[in-house]
Design a binder for this molecule. Structure first.
Ligand SMILES: Nc1nc2c(c(=O)[nH]1)N[C@H]1C(S)=C(S)[C@@H](COP(=O)(O)OP(=O)(O)OC[C@H]3O[C@@H](n4cnc5c(=O)[nH]c(N)nc54)[C@H](O)[C@@H]3O)O[C@H]1N2
Ligand SMILES: Nc1nc2c(c(=O)[nH]1)N[C@H]1C(S)=C(S)[C@@H](COP(=O)(O)OP(=O)(O)OC[C@H]3O[C@@H](n4cnc5c(=O)[nH]c(N)nc54)[C@H](O)[C@@H]3O)O[C@H]1N2
Ligand code: SF4
Ligand SMILES: [Mo]
Length: 885
């Protein structure tokens, strides 16, 4: 049967409970935990495929110093010495830590304690700066604290769910499914409005999609505040008792008439009116927001514009009501609890308040506590570039791929005198630049806690042996702390010790003055920590704590009143230059950030196997771009080469490019290389979704598709992108210069042995070539070339890589690039869990399956994680419409 361990998914902020079962043969089975209150047994495609991402292939299993294997002692001494020397020579602000919302709370706590309390600088920032910092700043401005007032249940109980700047279906899939199920149950009693310039998969459950112009959210919500005021929908009692600044905020908002809002947002007056009227009449409203709100030069204002409307109507902290910031990373919230951002202190205390600094210093028994904010991510890397930072430790994040102006970040790290990187892989584009590389234990190997979007703290538990010399991040930090002379403060023996201290600090001299209080766990022992079940904060020592915040006011400002924030600055639309587009960037369903983990899963790589840019059909034709052609997208800072995905889901005038593809999986698709480092002035969060770009055809002479057992070396090809498959790799390539002998190129790129059989076909006039290499009855590699995007049966060819014995018919078909009679091409993968392709779904529809459930009954598609149900619905509709025409 094997050991069963209850743990938490390491991907998004939904924070789903996972049951992992490891069998005696080492195989691992992953299931959703039916008892976990975030997911009640559900998992999305990424969670379901976790077992595919934990193999040790490619893992870094020993420390290295300048690329050579080293002992832990030497590596840690080296780090401690480099940090101590820099501090002695240049002061505490000459060193920095850049960490991650994917650290566990215990790791994060130690990093923050070391930096702010013992090194005495606040130069610790985190990738949460790129992710949640506008929400944090907006919460603090309005509430006096960084508090998410509501719970997931509110999203099911609400009569109106507004999703703005959130592609929930792809980025928080289990929460999306919870809302979808509630909607199915409640029918027209529940309304869903999606506000997003793109028509995303999330729009499939929406009653209304408001395709606003990029960055016009603030005017939309200002107009709403004015409308609420005019309609008499203000909760005057709540406003009077629990808030301040309302009259001024309302006055400022009143200049936003419906027609002004319509002009600025690009919506029709009727759309604006309908949304405002719906919001006004629906008391039980939750407004959820994510990166379309946060990642903007007016991100904090967007957050406050939303919160203002909820404060005005008193719709906060009551069942089914409230503003709801959806956190991205698994421990975005935990990081905020320990004060991981450069402008925060531990346990929701503030660096700006002398009494908070004093309290933390006494609690830690620290020699000093940083007394001013440190550098925020963009400024931090700027300081690295200018030589001010002499020693930098990057942990659990890949800034060479994910920071704006990524090439400059790469140059900065390269030039930094001393760089430490802690990661699972030494091959990431950031880890390659490390002077000292420290191998971390990963998900399934480490222990700790994470906090999800609804403030729920859950355990991550190890169920795998610690591989090689890998060590947990908290241990690495504590070892360096000890070696820097802080033996007592960093004498932790386990994550339980750290959590016990973190909980004790949360309740230390608190008495209700701070929202974050988990005093019930102060000093928790190893046994209780091992058995800990998910709980949400606050959980003070003397009781349960309320499920929600602020229904009766009690904000964390000096007068305990919330603040309305004037958000009327910086509202003018920024005109696009001639030929320019707004470059929107974000996520796809089955990849996670820089793909270091999800890129290893064949299942997850099947959905979208190549980097792309979405463009509206009219924009495409005006720019001479054809579907599936290659294009160059250029921005202020650089350019990328991508596949054009021509679709009317994209609005005119803007492009969408996924953020995921790094140099490990593509030749020239790292989109942050062209995003400029423009930030929100309040939060310092980069505006990753609103830069300017141009697009034009990228002319090539040859397009190719190839499959191979090993990962090819693409040399200096003009374009390549590669993805994992069962049994090997699939790659798209293109050349802009003649290649003399493609068969030889294929041999060289894969170092193929001479004795393989090769079947080649070449029509030089038509520009078509095919080379297929077999080892006996097994496919080793195949390359299909044409002078236009190659049309072959990709998924069928890919499936042949996993076959253990090919017959004559299959081999002939492989040489032709499509299956012969009797064999079927499944088509592009739609359902990742069961590997079901579009052609199979179309066949099922033609065979009489006219609903998503009917397709599920026949093929299984959509019945596991459910992430593809919307896409299946669209395919069914497409077939039925086509049949009716
Ligand atoms: N599959 C997958 N899921 C993930 C992640 C992942 O990498 N992959 N990452 C996780 C993390 S860390 C995060 S932060 C979350 C992010 O989750 P989301 O924020 O939902 O994801 P994004 O795709 O970044 O952006 C959301 C939407 O904002 C829209 N948008 C762009 N500009 C504007 C605007 O001006 N106004 C409005 N209203 N909308 C706009 C975009 O078109 C996009 O559809 O996802 C988490 N979940
Ligand atoms: N253009 C654009 N850029 C963006 C965004 C966008 O929407 N558009 N979104 C931004 C957002 S919201 C985010 S959150 C960031 C994410 O960006 P990153 O944080 O850079 O992305 P990840 O790929 O998640 O990087 C995590 C790294 O940690 C490693 N790792 C995994 N587990 C562990 C562990 O336990 N310990 C250690 N030490 N390492 C581990 C992984 O191998 C990986 O290298 O990207 C931001 N950048
Ligand atoms: S929704 Fe998916 S990625 Fe997010 S925590 Fe749940 S299983 Fe993991
Ligand atoms: Mo994020």
């Amino acid at each position: 049967m094997g050991d069963v361990v209850r743990t938490t998914c390491p991907y998004c902020g939904v924070g789903c409970g996972v049951i992992a079962r490891r069998s005696a043969d080492g195989s691992v089975e992953i299931k959703g935990d039916p008892d976990h209150p975030a997911n009640f047994g559900r998992l999305c495609s990424k969670g379901s495929a976790l077992a595919e991402t934990i193999s040790l292939e490619g893992r870094a299993l020993e420390p290295t110093i300048t690329g050579k294997s080293a002992e832990w002692d030497d590596a840690l001494d080296r780090v401690a010495n480099a940090f101590s020397t820099a501090i002695a020579e240049h002061g505490p602000d000459s060193v920095a830590l850049y960490v991650s919302g994917q650290l566990l709370t215990e790791d994060y706590y130690v990093a923050n304690k070391l930096m702010k309390g013992f090194i005495g600088s606040a130069n610790i920032d985190t990738n949460s700066r790129l992710c949640m910092s506008s929400s944090v700043a907006g919460h603090v401005r309005a509430f006096g604290s960084d508090t998410v007032p509501g719970t997931y249940e509110d999203l099911e109980d609400a009569d109106l769910v507004v999703l703005t700047g959130s592609n929930l279906a792809w980025c928080h899939p289990v929460l999306y499914q919870r809302i979808a199920a509630a909607k199915e149950r409640r029918g027209s009693a529940m309304n869903i409005v999606v506000i997003d310039p793109r028509r995303t998969a999330t729009c499939d459950i929406a009653d209304t999609h408001l395709a606003i112009r990029p960055d016009s959210d603030v005017p939309l919500f200002l107009g709403l505040l004015a409308y609420l005021g005019n309609a008499g929908a203000v909760d005057c009692d709540y406003v009077a008792r629990h808030t301040s600044g309302f009259p001024a905020a309302l006055d400022a908002a009143r200049s936003w008439s419906r027609s002004a809002v319509a002009m600025r947002t690009g919506l029709t007056s009727a759309e604006v009116e309908a949304f405002y009227a719906l919001f006004t009449r629906t008391a039980k409203t939750v407004t959820c927001y994510s990166q379309g709100v946060n990642q903007s030069s007016v991100g904090t204002d967007k957050v406050n514009a939303i919160i203002n409307c909820h404060l005005a109507t008193g719709r906060i902290g009551r069942p089914g009501m409230g503003p709801f910031s959806l956190t991205g990373q698994p421990n975005a919230m935990g990081g905020r609890e320990v004060g991981g951002l450069a402008n925060m202190l531990a346990a929701h205390m503030s660096l700006d308040k002398p009494q908070d600094r004093d309290r933390v210093q006494r609690f830690w028994n620290a020699p000093r506590v940083a007394d001013r904010p440190g550098l925020k991510a963009v400024d931090l890397f700027e300081a690295v570039a200018s030589g001010r930072i002499k020693a930098l430790w990057i942990m659990s994040t890949n800034p060479v791929v994910s920071m704006p102006d990524a090439d400059r970040v790469r140059e900065a790290i390269t030039a930094c005198p001393f760089v430490v990187v802690s990661d699972l892989f030494a091959t990431t584009e950031t880890a390659r630049l490390a002077d000292v590389f420290l191998p971390a234990t990963g998900w399934g190997e480490k222990n700790g806690t994470v906090t999800n979007s609804e403030r729920r703290i859950s355990r991550q538990r190890a169920f795998l042996p610690v591989p090689g010399q890998a060590r947990p991040d908290w241990w690495q930090l504590a070892e360096v702390g000890r070696r820097m002379g802080f033996a007592t403060a960093f004498s932790y023996e386990s994550p339980a010790d750290i959590f016990a201290e973190h909980a004790a600090l949360s309740t230390f001299e608190n008495d209700g003055a701070r929202d974050f209080d988990i005093g019930a766990y102060a000093g928790v022992d190893a046994e209780a920590y091992a058995a800990m079940t998910p709980f949400s904060w606050p959980r003070p020592a003397d009781g349960e704590g309320n499920a929600r915040f602020f229904s009766e006011g009690g904000f964390y400002t000096a007068d305990r009143k919330a603040r309305f924030v004037d958000v009327t600055s910086a509202l003018a639309a920024k005109p696009l230059g001639k030929g320019a587009f707004t470059l929107n960037t974000g996520r796809v369903r089955d990849q996670w950030h820089t793909m270091t983990r999800t890129g290893r899963s064949a299942t997850l790589s099947a959905h979208l196997a190549e980097p792309f840019v979405e463009i509206h059909p009219s924009d495409a034709s005006e720019n001479g771009i054809s579907p599936a052609g290659l294009v160059r997208v250029s921005g202020e800072k650089g350019d990328v080469i991508l596949r054009a995905l021509v679709t009317n889901r994209q609005a005119r005038g803007s492009l969408f490019v996924p953020m995921h593809w790094s140099g490990e999986f593509s030749g020239h698709a790292r989109v942050d290389a062209l995003v400029p480092p423009v930030v929100d002035p309040v939060s310092g969060q980069p505006a990753s979704k609103q830069s300017r770009a141009t697009i034009r055809c990228f002319k090539v002479t040859t397009y190719g598709f190839m499959v191979s057992r090993d990962k090819p070396d693409f040399g200096d090809l003009a374009y390549w992108a590669t993805a994992r498959t069962a049994g090997g790799w699939r790659s798209e390539i293109a050349a802009d210069a003649a290649v003399e002998d493609w068969a030889q190129w294929l041999r060289d790129s894969l170092a193929l042995r001479d004795e393989l059989t090769v079947s080649s076909y070449s029509d030089r006039v038509a520009g078509v070539e095919r080379h297929v290499f077999f080892n006996g009855d097994k496919l080793v590699a195949a390359l299909y070339l044409a002078c236009e995007p190659v049309a072959v049966a990709r998924n069928w060819i890919v499936s042949q890589l996993a076959s253990d014995g090919l017959g004559v018919a299959e081999r002939l078909s492989l040489s032709a690039g499509r299956p012969g009679g009797g064999q079927k091409d499944p088509g592009a993968t739609v359902c990742a869990c069961y590997g079901i392709g579009i052609n199979q779904i179309v066949d099922a529809v033609h065979g009489g399956c006219h609903s998503v459930n009917a397709v599920g009954d026949t093929l299984g598609a959509g019945t596991n994680c459910g992430s593809c149900r919307a896409e299946i619905g669209r395919i069914i509709n497409g077939c039925l419409v086509a049949a009716a025409e």
